[in-house]
Design a protein around this ligand. Sequence first.
Ligand SMILES: [Fe+2]
Ligand SMILES: [Fe+2]
Length: 306
Amino acid sequence: MFRLAHFSDIHLGPLPAISYRELASKRITGYINWKRNRRLNLDHGVIDKITDDMLAAKPDHIALTGDLVNLALDKEIEMARLWLEGLGPADAVSVVPGNHDAYVPGALARACRAWGPYMTGDGRQPVKGKGSFPFLRVRGNVAIIGVSSARATAPFMASGYFSKAQAQRLASILDATGEAGLFRVVMIHHPPVRGATHTAKRLYGITRFQQLIRTHGAELVLHGHTHKPTVHRIDGAAGASVPVVGVPAAGQAHGGAKPPAHYNLFEIDGAPGAWRVHFARRGISDASGEISEISSAVLSGEDRSA
Ligand SMILES: [Fe+2]
Ligand SMILES: [Fe+2]
């Protein structure tokens, strides 16, 4: 059994009551170390609760589907790098970037430089930008495939893009990992489903993505961006249907406009044609802010050809 945890949209906030200008980089490092080491048990924030619970579940791998920061300022990107290092080793955590990580031109390349070890395919050099995606990591009988839909957009836009070049590379990865009998998990920040979000936030290339999955197959698609706990289904190869799973933002407190923070925990068992996926959502369900199981189900690859 392979246990895969999925969370998203941490949107690491500005440091409370301290402006970036007030902080020399050394002090930022100190602040992060303080958070990491939990020396003062004061600000046990929502993200900390989510990640503590997630790490306690001892996942074999963690998938983080983007929007680590807000404005992609250099110091935010650096803070996110330190935060990732506190979360876990780069070979056990996979990251794809979101629109906030590519907020302005040049930001994505800077994020790739900083978080590269978490976005590096097996035996490959760290990603440098959109031309290096998707990356592939094989862990046990699971293929973790990281697609980038992130790009800088005009103000008030949060759209994403799935390019033809990336689609071609994804097709060969899906073919090779499918032939190898692996359970294929595709990570992408924007939901590759029509109507999942409004126009200004949508993914361009949904049709391309869905055609690709219908032709080449995949077992599970994980996304963020909507900050909602959703399961859509798209057609897979040979009549299968592929679950497309979203998750609320990992820092969302109870009582906001969006659902409070969750993470997803998948337990993957079986073999090609007979995969069994147990899917639990854990997170905040009430004003207490405590983490508990929200739902639990078996997520099967329904056969739509019947
Ligand atoms: Fe987000
Ligand atoms: Fe987003």
